[in-house]
Design a protein around this ligand. Structure first.
Ligand code: BG6
Length: 449
């Protein structure tokens, strides 16, 4: 039991102690109605939330102290690639960046909080985007592996649980999520991609190869390492029982799983290659890649679960889903349109565990809401308490009644952080409130809800 945060949503300190520019440093704040924007350069009149985050860079000691008081057993953080390798091409890391993460991790360990480290959570050095073309270029796989090797070696014996990537599954030639997740995952704007389907497939594939290679490397460096990958998994339900809809629902679910199949079943899945063929996408799978898939399998699968969704048959074979705009009439929605479906968590845990037979870890779960302060500056977030109660109940059923091997349960944003999809502060998830508004103003003082 514990929580998850990421570097660019919490740290701030975007240009200190030798850190390089990462692509999230160029993404502005937005809202539910106004999409975030990625600018070419830093523009003085724009608000870039990663520049200040919640100032975890300076306040992590007190924050960890609060997590310890709340009896956290684990904290998942991410290491900002650009803090350790400012451009991503250096041979030797930026020592100040490494020192920061050592201090964070040492402090967690001193409080008996298990550090769980994500190696890539929506950021990379901007230099690799601009000069190399991000994940479209296979050389970036080597740069990523060099970064991973450095981190695995530096934290050997301190960190046991790793995640190679966060939510790469959102990169797929056929999902509506592409627009936002393309820049969140690659630093390239969807509109800037030439042949979009081809590019999405290539980037998704290259990240899958990179993950498998990182798993192999991490096991070599320390056989005690438990290395997983984190996926954003939405339980997708068919629109109705019309057989075509059931078939399409099956395919929609599959879109979230092709990478896990490659990372766990020792080969890139045939059904995905066939789908690419039908879409005119060409993918080269080298002998070396095949060997990488064959050599490495994940030790656990990280499940980020927030909501379920409904897929809808639209008459064509290739449909869109995930956060599709078909509302499930049996479920309520959050203010940001995410349905609240606790049974979907039990369903997903069973689905993943039965499909792969390896442990799962709930790496993110939580409710983003606008929290109002009362006259005494207290928050009564009964809705969030209810959300957690319901989800934890379903998770227990999956473990106790269904026998799913679950390594842990981490809530998203145990302390309020910047929203990834909207860049807002007002979409809060925390047990700890941070006094900061959407423009980054406020004392940033922390207060337990
Ligand atoms: C997950 C991401 O997709 O969802 C997190 O891994 C993100 O980075 C979380 O913060 C919640 O999304 P949002 O947009 O509400 O912050």
């Amino acid at each position: 039991m514990g929580g998850s945060i990421s570097a660019h949503q919490s740290e701030g300190g975007w240009d200190v102690d030798g850190k390089g520019l990462n692509y999230m440093d160029l993404v502005t704040s937005g809202s539910y109605e106004i999409p975030r924007e990625m600018t070419e350069e830093i523009e003085n009149d724009k608000n870039y939330p990663s520049h200040y985050g919640i100032d975890f860079y300076n306040r992590f000691r007190d924050d960890i102290q609060m997590f310890a008081e709340m009896e956290f057993k684990a904290l998942r953080i991410s290491i900002d690639w650009s803090r350790t390798f400012p451009k991503g091409i250096e041979e030797h890391p930026n020592q100040a960046g490494l020192d920061f993460y050592h201090e964070v991790i040492d402090r967690l360990i001193s409080h008996d909080i298990e550090p769980i480290v994500t190696l890539y959570h929506f950021e990379m050095p901007m230099y690799l985007v601009k000069e190399y073309g991000s994940w479209l270029n296979r050389e970036v796989i080597d740069k990523y592996l060099h970064f991973c090797e450095t981190i695995f070696k530096s934290f050997k014996g301190k960190v046991r649980y790793w995640a190679t990537f966060n939510e790469t599954n959102h990169l797929d030639p056929q999902t509506e999520l592409s627009d936002i997740f393309t820049y969140l995952l690659t630093g390239i704007k969807y509109s800037d991609l030439g042949d979009k389907k081809q590019a999405m497939a290539e980037m998704g594939y290259n990240m899958t190869v990179a993950s498998s290679k990182a798993v192999e490397l991490g096991h070599k460096i320390d056989p005690n390492n438990k290395i997983g990958c984190v996926f954003g998994l939405t339980s997708i339900y068919p629109f109705n029982c019309k057989p075509e809809n059931i078939m399409n629902n099956f395919k929609d679910m599959d879109r979230n799983f092709y990478q896990i199949d490659a990372m766990c079943n020792r080969k890139f899945p045939e059904y995905k290659l066939k789908e690419y063929q039908r879409l005119g996408i060409k993918l080269e799978i080298s002998t070396e890649d095949k060997e990488s898939f064959r050599m490495a399998t994940l030790d656990f699968i990280g499940i980020n679960y927030y909501s379920s969704s409904v897929s809808k048959y639209n008459g064509s074979e290739e449909v869109e889903a995930i956060f599709a705009d078909v509302q499930n009439p049996y479920l309520e929605q959050s203010k940001w349109g995410w349905s609240i479906g606790p049974i979907g968590l039990r369903y997903m845990m069973n689905y993943v565990y039965r499909r792969y037979g390896i442990p799962v870890m709930i790496t993110e779960n939580g409710l983003g809401a606008v929290d109002e302060l009362d006259s005494e500056r207290n928050i009564h977030d009964d809705y969030r308490v209810e959300y957690f109660k319901q989800h934890i109940t379903e998770m227990k059923k999956a473990i106790i009644e269904d026998g799913v091997d679950c390594l842990g349960y981490l809530t998203w944003g145990p302390i309020d952080v910047i929203s990834a999809t909207t860049g807002e502060m007002r979409k809060r998830y925390g047990f700890i409130y941070v006094n900061q508004d959407n423009s980054g103003n406020g004392s940033r003082r922390r207060k337990k809800r």
